[in-house]
Design a protein around this ligand. Structure first.
Ligand code: PLP
Length: 793
């Protein structure tokens, strides 16, 4: 099919005509996209089968359980990983089909909110690309993360519909369906050989797997991402059939748009148990069919839980081993503890999952019993270590104060607990999870996040990829640490010239896209200053937008003030129920209106808010960035991965010493990054002592005062929309230290602008230092560490 141009073109045309009963000349790009993608999927299938067969002999496999997988588009990435991209591009070109146009038809598989889901997707790519036996397990939400529509500068949410035209990459495996029980009660049967438990009168939900191929680079390994879809079961005899159908299908209807939202608790809990129950059973079935023993499951299988959402996998495995396969508690616990490993993604306490018992127990009666038993034994072991220390035991208990604490269950039931950047892991060990660390220090370890350079460099930035290949050879494609070879060219004027031309090319592409989408003409020679990520108070988009407003004021009121032209580019979705975040989006829009249309700042300051930020949009924006905004309040961002994508594409970071920025600084050296603001220690000290006096900054800094006043004096709107923001900064004492860090931020930005304008050669060298130091942030490095230190695969 892909062996030569002629047979490819013939097959392609014939299949188009047969599938759609139209002539090739009349076919649409959408039809061409589907046909090509189907051909690619079929092409993959033999390697997929072979990988499966080969892995039956593997000593050990990993399953990565995650409530989110933010995959983005797959056609282009699959072609690249198969080594077919350029070939197919030229063969299609020959029949007047631009491959990029077909790629743009593909809907993003947006089954995630942001960093956590994208990390899972990057990990799958690295596992397959390094030939490791590692598979994903998730939920096939009918609607992924909402589509963001901007209406008068306000975010509106539309249901996303990635399955609208069918999804070419998935294969439904009805024969591997499993039944997941909810509600009902637990039957206790006393028998001669002990007490047995049975979950009775349950309402069953059918979990149907849809498998997606995960093609590794080089095409030799094709792993599986198994996504579960909820359907009605014939096992359930139900009074109210319609209600049952609705409740069942709701389980895989929507991705939760927020990781810290309180609504629909039962449904959310159902989703979590649905994912883990189906996954655990399918993992065990496969293990048994490979001739595996349950008592040694942990020697053949590692299961990773991505944050606490899949943590019920721990009691679920206990349940299956004991109730279905008659293992004793001690044997089952030994297997379970050695099978699971857990990653913590946040220290924000509002994001730590806790379930009220009144919700939990009726929905999952047998699982609740098992958690009670785990809790009792765990507390007993705490008692042995800290006899009499009731307070500590209560703080560390898995069940307490009428709640199930998911993070505590995760720690108790896993042999490994990791943070996602060095600073974050230190904060976990020394603060948030300090008592657990004291109790079992050996469990705790760090695995700094990474990104797959196959998507964020090879796929997103083919121009830079070619330049790198001709400069340092192709080795970096499989071994990203080879990017360090680029450091040799930091003084090479010819290379620097080429690099700046690549950046300009990517800025031209984005300039065109901004014009198409926003109708704004931006200057591609201006500094592209970019902040794209979920909207959250701790990520401080507010600091950025207030700084823009302050620059506007300086231009208008300080005759001697000079700045190089800048284009500020934003992309961010706010959680639908997160009022404050949505108001900041509106503020960005209002500031854009003001500065883009004022003759005194027109062309000098341009603000662009790009609608519906997602993976495919990120692939356009990130390669075009000059400045990467990573300005979270220190200690609040666990790692960040956006920061790594920008660095790898030659953007220079303006950032706080937070998350992985700390490690980025180590790679670039202090001269190639603009670090500013409070340190994590300082923020945590303020947090402990009740904050700082933000009002002083208002009174003592005229620029801050003038800028803040504009939030409420009618400059931006006359309806008082931004009073809440004004209040959060002043009367509510600025919880995220926006004003405290303001001057340091302004000054870092000024320094960056000065170098960009006055010393472009130095800027280019900074770009080189960023790219050459970015190899360590390939998720290949991260996965190697997980594989050897945690999973032992
Ligand atoms: C990488 C990525 C993120 C995470 O960005 P952070 O800056 O680390 O928060 C979020 N959304 C998308 C679409 C991404 O690609």
């Amino acid at each position: 099919m892909f062996s030569d141009q002629k047979s490819f073109q013939e097959t392609f045309k014939k299949r188009l005509e047969q599938s759609y009963s139209i002539s090739f000349d009349d076919s649409t790009r959408a039809q061409q996209f589907v046909t090509l993608s189907q051909m690619v999927r079929e092409h993959i299938s033999s390697e997929w089968i072979e990988t499966n067969e080969r892995q039956r002999q593997e000593k050990k496999q990993t399953y990565y359980l995650s409530i989110e997988f933010l995959l983005g588009r797959l056609l282009g990435q699959n072609l690249i990983n198969l080594g077919l991209y350029e070939t197919i591009q030229s063969w299609l070109d020959d029949i007047d089909i631009p491959l990029e146009e077909l790629e743009d038809i593909e809907p993003d598989a947006g089954l995630g909110n942001g960093g956590l889901g994208r990390l899972a997707a990057c990990f799958l790519d690295s596992l397959a690309s390094m030939g490791l036996p590692g598979h994903g397990c998730g939920i096939r939400y009918k609607h992924g993360l909402f589509e963001q529509k901007m209406v008068n500068g306000f975010q509106m949410e539309l249901p996303e519909n990635w399955l609208r035209y069918g999804y070419v990459w998935e294969v439904r495996k009805s024969d591997l369906t499993v039944e997941v029980p909810f509600w009902g009660s637990v039957d206790v049967v006393e028998r001669e050989d002990g007490v047995k438990f049975r979950h009775v009168d349950a309402e069953y939900v059918k979990a149907v797997p849809y498998d997606m191929p995960v093609v590794g680079y080089g095409g030799k390994t094709v792993n599986t991402l198994r996504l579960w879809s909820a359907e009605t079961s014939s096992f359930s005899l139900n009074q109210d059939v319609l209600k049952y159908k609705k409740d069942t299908e709701a389980i895989s209807e929507f991705l939760y748009p927020d990781d810290s939202n309180d609504e629909g608790k039962i449904l959310r809990l159902k989703q979590q148990y649905f994912l883990v129950s189906a996954s655990i059973r399918s993992i065990i079935q496969r293990h048994l069919s490979n001739g595996g023993e349950l008592r040694s499951l942990h020697e053949r299988i590692a299961i990773h839980i991505n944050d606490t959402h899949p943590v019920l996998a721990i009691p679920e495995l206990m349940r299956v081993l004991m109730d279905d396969y008659q293992l004793s508690w001690d044997d089952a616990w030994h297997v379970t503890e050695n099978t699971f490993a857990y990653t913590n993604h946040t220290t924000l306490s509002e994001a730590l999952e806790r379930w009220p018992i009144r919700i939990f127990r009726p929905l999952l009666p047998r699982i609740y019993m098992i958690i009670q038993e785990i809790n009792e034994r765990f507390c007993k072991s705490l008692w042995d270590q800290y006899p009499g220390d009731w307070d500590r035991i209560e703080r560390m208990a898995i069940i307490a104060k009428d709640e199930v604490r998911m993070a505590h269950l995760a720690i108790a039931g896993s042999h490994s607990v990791n943070g996602v950047a060095r600073l974050h892991t230190e904060i976990l060990k020394n603060r948030e999870m300090n008592e657990f660390y004291q109790f079992q220090p050996a469990k705790f370890n760090n695995k700094t996040n990474g990104i797959t350079h196959r998507r964020w460099l090879l796929k997103a930035n083919p121009e830079l990829t070619s330049l790198l290949s001709e400069t340092i050879g192709e080795g970096f494609k499989t071994d990203a640490t080879e990017l360090s070879k680029l450091a040799l060219y930091v003084e090479d004027p010819a290379f620097l010239e080429k690099l700046s031309r690549v950046k300009r090319k990517r800025k031209d592409i984005l300039t065109k896209l901004i014009y198409e989408r926003n109708g704004i003409k931006v200057d591609p020679t201006s500094i592209f200053d970019v902040q794209v990520k979920r909207l959250h108070a701790y990520k401080r988009q507010l600091l950025n937008v207030l700084h823009i407003l302050a620059l506007y004021n300086k231009v208008k009121h300080e005759p001697s003030f000079h700045m190089p032209p800048r284009t500020f580019i934003f992309g961010a979705k706010a959680s639908p129920g997160y009022f404050y975040a949505k108001r900041i989006i509106k503020l960005i829009d209002s500031v854009a209106e003001l500065v883009n249309n004022d003759p005194e700042t027109k062309g000098l300051i341009t603000v662009v808010f790009m609608e519906n930020y997602r993976v495919s949009l990120a692939e356009y924006i990130i390669p075009a960035a000059d400045i990467s905004e990573q300005i979270s309040t220190a200690s609040k961002e666990a790692s960040g991965t956006g920061n790594m994508k920008f660095m790898m594409n030659g953007a220079v970071t303006v950032g706080t010493l937070d998350g992985a920025n700390v490690e980025i600084l180590e790679q670039t050296g202090p001269d190639n990054i603009f670090i500013f603001g409070l340190k994590a220690e300082e923020v945590m000290a303020f947090d402990r002592d009740g904050g700082y006096r933000s009002m002083d900054y208002y009174h003592h800094d005229p620029l801050i005062r003038r800028t803040l006043d504009q939030l409420v004096d009618g400059t931006l709107d006359d309806k008082g929309l931004f009073g809440v923001i004004y209040e959060s900064l002043l009367s509510e004492n600025d919880q995220y230290f926006v004003l405290k860090d303001f001057e340091a931020y302004r000054s870092a930005q000024e320094a960056a602008g000065r170098i960009y304008e006055k010393n472009p050669q130095q800027w280019r060298k900074m770009m080189v230092k960023n790219i050459s130091g970015s190899g360590i942030f390939s998720s290949d490095r991260t996965i190697k560490e997980y594989a050897s230190e945690i999973w032992k695969i």
